[in-house]
Design a protein around this ligand. Structure first.
Ligand SMILES: Cc1ncc(C[n+]2csc(CCOP(=O)(O)OP(=O)(O)O)c2C)c(N)n1
Ligand SMILES: [Mg+2]
Length: 474
């Protein structure tokens, strides 16, 4: 039960059709989730009469998709009064196919948007109201938008600890409107002023309508707020420090991949630094172009996910961006990709380490690198190029910055089999910004030892030149 949305054991063959119909219905409606149907061997072997199709029979299961009108009215009233509102958008917006409705509501009200790891692509990265991803490796403006907000409008998001950091100091001045299709999420982590149970698309549609039709409501005046956040965007842009070992910058690999391949592709990631750099350095414009396991933290997810994406969308270019640790968990699936004809591309960000764990060892465990090293410098064991060839793929190794672009172009030109690129990158590159585990969002570091000041009074004091100087020192 704890790892499925629902599960059944079928004890009579006649019950199989009903159980399967119910399983698909449960898995794909309300808050989607996995359903297990356990069919024992004797039931599998039994004979039965089938007269389908069968409708699911689930009298107790009625997810609420239409939000209550009173909650919508209360929400828009609060939104109109807010001075520092923020839309905190989670993966539910993508599941509900609500990107267009999100954009309409955001543009009608002018409210800034933050999108979680699961929601990347729900709102275009290049939109001026987009502050980026909040949380442990989020942008400074996105974190500040939540911390300094007076109203958080959470849609399809669950106040995950990777977003809130220490909950006692999370968004201390904010009232919360929380919309989710799963009532169990509402108020679970954070006290809520206006709970809204409903499908994210329905909620956003109705918020937009209610807002536009209420003659008493003006658009909120957000000039100062947007200026404040815009200033943070200018002072804390996306960037990275060069590696200390002279090897490739992993961020540069991902940045180039994004600029060459573009936002029409589907990108899948494993878990670790490469996943966070992908979240940060890929430019997302559309929903359903980013697939990752989020809070489940499923290492080895990228290759199978890419296979699934390619099977579902054969006309789209599909890239797995994988870590060398994750890749060793599921690379054997490439045989299936090769044999069954799914020409996915895999970019292995090979830092020779369980890099995310190494990062914590560097920052919090006095450089005690225990059990994180996966290979010696310069020794390609396992050799991912040979391994991928053996699995039926074309493969390329890249060790220099000049090699990045041509390798990506070559991978794109091969469509009769999967392609693996083994990017040998530096082992000490770190994911910045960072908020330490369990720390307050106020403690965000932009780079090693560099704490941005995102209070109104402090913000004017800092100059971008100083930041770059401290970055170089760091
Ligand atoms: C099965 C499993 N074991 C351990 C972890 C903890 N973990 C999170 S990221 C990570 C390192 C992943 O290494 P790699 O795939 O090389 O990615 P990198 O961080 O180096 O980019 C580990 C061990 C996990 N999420 N899942
Ligand atoms: Mg690694």
């Amino acid at each position: 039960m704890p790892i499925t949305k629902h599960n059944f054991i079928v004890t009579k063959a006649e019950d199989i059709p009903g159980a399967i119909a119910a399983a698909f219905h449960l898995a794909s409606t309300g808050r989607p989730g996995p359903v297990l149907v356990d069919i024992p061997k004797d039931v599998q072997n039994a004979l039965m009469e089938y007269s389908g199709p069968v409708m699911p029979d689930l009298p107790g299961y009625k997810p609420t998709t239409t939000p209550h009108p009173r909650q919508i009215t209360q929400a828009v009233r609060r939104i109109a009064r807010a001075e520092r509102p923020v839309l905190y958008v989670g993966g539910g917006v993508i599941k509900a196919e609500a990107s267009r409705e999100l954009r309409e509501f955001a543009e009608l009200t002018g409210i800034p948007v933050v999108t979680t790891l699961m929601a990347l692509g729900a709102f275009p990265d290049n939109h001026p109201q987009h502050m980026g991803m909040p949380g442990m490796h989020g942008t400074v403006p996105a974190v500040a938008a939540l911390q300094r907000a007076d109203l958080i409008i959470a849609v399809g998001a669950r106040f995950d600890d990777r977003v809130t950091g220490d909950t006692d100091t999370f968004a201390p001045h904010a009232e919360v409107i929380h919309a989710d299709i799963d009532p169990a999420e509402i108020g679970k982590i954070r006290e809520v002023a206006v709970p809204i149970v409903g499908d994210a698309r329905e909620v956003l549609l109705r918020l937009t309508k209610a807002y536009a039709n209420d003659a008493e409501l003006d658009a909120p005046n957000l000039g100062d707020w947007m200026e404040y956040l815009g200033d943070l965007q200018r002072r804390y842009p996306r960037g990275f420090e060069p590696t200390s070992d002279g090897l490739l910058n992993p961020q540069e690999v991902i940045q180039q991949l994004s600029s060459i391949v573009g936002p029409e592709a589907i990108y899948c990631a494993g878990v670790g630094q490469h996943q966070m750099w992908s979240a940060q350095f890929l430019d997302f414009e559309h929903p359903r172009s980013w697939i990752n396991s989020g809070g489940a933290g499923t290492m080895g997810y990228a290759v199978p996910a890419a296979l699934g994406a390619k099977a579902a969308c054969p006309e789209r270019e599909v890239w797995a961006i994988d870590g060398d640790g994750c890749f060793q968990m599921t690379n054997q699936e490439l045989t299936t990709a090769a044999v069954e004809g799914f020409p996915i591309k895999v970019a292995v960000i090979n830092n020779g380490n369980l890099g995310m764990v190494r990062q914590w060892q560097t920052l919090f465990y006095e450089n005690k690198y225990s059990h994180t090293k996966l290979r010696e410098h310069d020794e390609y064991v396992p050799d991912f190029v040979k391994l991928s060839e053996a699995l039926g793929c074309e493969s390329i190794r890249v060790t220099t910055a000049e090699g990045i672009g041509p390798a990506i172009e070559r991978a794109r030109s091969i469509n009769d089999r999967p392609v693996v690129i083994d990017f040998i990158v530096g082992q000490d590159a770190q994911v910045w910004p960072m908020i330490g585990g369990g720390a307050s969002n106020e403690e965000i570091q932009y780079a090693l030892g560099l704490r941005p000041l995102f209070d109104e009074n402090e913000s004017a004091a800092e100059d971008p030149a100083d930041i770059h100087e401290s970055l170089e020192e760091a």
